[in-house]
Design a protein around this ligand. Structure first.
Ligand code: NAD
Ligand code: MG
Length: 390
């Protein structure tokens, strides 16, 4: 059976990996919707290669540019613009599978729309789980949507859990440690955006690369795992594993620990999601532990040098709006850091100050979460602005 796939965030790193795997299986999957934020030229190039039925650019000012580019290329692809169009296409008949690979909380509306429509959801957009995890999981369950996590650790847990009949007693998420593993706070104070995005093991978009350097990525992943696998935060452990070959470990009541191993390449996770429950080829070769150095090392993360991980686990324990506030403050701080407006250590300082300014409130619906997101961004921005002038 031919399955139609919507790739949201098609011009990004996960988008490229998804399209690579899709192109390897022309008889079973086809990219039918491609969506991107602002890079029209990159989106047009993808449309020429993959010939989707629909292409969407989030920025409405770029609609004419997309439409004319598609026409000039002689493509039958229909042009659309705006967040609402992305969400509508993700929920509609144009696709069976949605790869949610937009970066940031802006991805929530399309992720939720796909869940509500009962699609198979290949979920890379971890910020939507951090912002509204309970709501998203509840929505997916009610609609019968299958979520396959597209984060290497969570995809590993998904694989270890198999048919899902046994409940894990503990989950271990591994972390590469990022480019600054072993660095002191003094050294971290001076790091540049270029150093922070140069990840030693994974090639990823700029925002998640900075998150990996601060260890906030692992903090977001603890929250993500809590929602995906309905396991308390206290039963989720993080271990630094510099080789990035073991992606996660799952403990069971009988003393068994299952782990998933593989080369650090997101095409494996995407192939698991696209082929599930079958295994399909991804272009990633099997792991040869000897040629990878023959060692698997593990160590505790340094929470004093990398306070973001602790900020995230504390926000998870606090619950309510706290994870939404954490995520929004982090997005603003990372964006300011990438623009050269604040230093690396200002990232945790900003998040911590915003969390202090907005005590957690209960949130059973989307509105209080979106309000908390907005309030956190506004406080983070004014703090960043004041710091820039100082
Ligand atoms: P990226 O920066 O490479 O790509 C982001 C994509 O989102 C681009 O296609 C961009 O056009 C699109 N986008 C940005 N703003 C948008 C908007 N307002 N509306 C619509 N589209 C918009 O990022 P990435 O590394 O591919 O990461 C994507 C998501 O996947 C993130 O949530 C990230 O945390 C998660 N993730 C990535 C990896 C990885 O290996 N890259 C691994 C695990 C999880
Ligand atoms: Mg990950």
């Amino acid at each position: 059976m031919m399955r139609k796939v919507a790739v949201l965030g098609a011009t990004g790193s996960i988008g490229a990996s998804a399209l690579d795997v899709i192109a390897r299986h022309p008889d079973s999957v086809r990219a039918s919707v491609l969506a991107a934020g602002t890079r029209v030229d990159a989106l047009l190039a993808l449309c020429r290669t993959h010939r989707p039925e629909h292409a969407v650019i989030a920025d409405p000012r770029l609609y004419a540019c997309l439409r004319d580019g598609l026409r000039d290329a002689g493509l039958a692809t229909e042009a659309h613009a705006g967040d609402a169009a992305i969400a509508a296409l993700a929920a509609g008949a144009a696709c069976d599978i949605v790869v949610a690979a937009i970066v940031g909380a802006v991805g929530l509306s399309s992720t939720l729309a796909a869940a509500r429509a009962g699609k198979r959801l290949l979920l890379a957009n971890k910020e939507s789980l951090v912002l509204a995890g309970e709501l998203l999981m509840r929505t997916a369950e009610a609609a019968g949507a299958t979520i396959v996590p597209i984060d290497s650790e969570h995809n590993a847990v998904f694989q270890c859990l198999g048919d899902g009949t046994s409940t894990p007693t503990r989950i271990t998420l591994t972390a590469s440690g990022g480019p600054f593993r072993g660095w002191t706070r003094d050294a971290l104070a001076k790091v540049t955006p270029a150093q922070a995005v140069a990840h030693p093991k994974w090639s990823m978009g700029p925002k998640i690369s900075v998150d990996s350097a601060t260890l906030m990525n692992k903090g977001l992943e603890v929250i993500e795992a809590h929602h995906l696998f309905r396991i308390p935060g206290a039963a989720i452990r993080v271990l630094v594993h510099p080789q990035s070959l073991v992606h996660a470990m799952v403990d069971f009541a009988d003393g068994s620990t299952l782990a998933q191993l593989g080369l650090p390449d997101m095409r494996t996770a995407l192939a698991v999601g696209l082929g599930w429950p079958q295994r399909i080829s991804s272009g990633v070769s099997a792991l040869d532990l000897l040629s990878q150095g023959g060692r698997l090392d593990f160590e505790q993360p340094d929470l004093d040098a990398f306070p973001c991980l602790r900020l995230a686990t504390t926000a998870l324990a606090a619950g309510g709006t706290a994870p939404a506030v954490l995520n929004a403050a982090n997005e603003e701080a990372v964006s300011a850091f990438l623009q050269g407006d604040i230093g690396f250590l200002d990232i945790p300082d900003t998040i911590s100050a915003v969390l202090d300014a907005l005590p957690p409130a209960r949130a059973n619906t989307l509105d209080p979460l979106l309000d908390a997101d907005r309030a956190a961004r506004s406080i983070a921005r004014s703090r960043i602005h004041a710091r820039r002038r100082a």
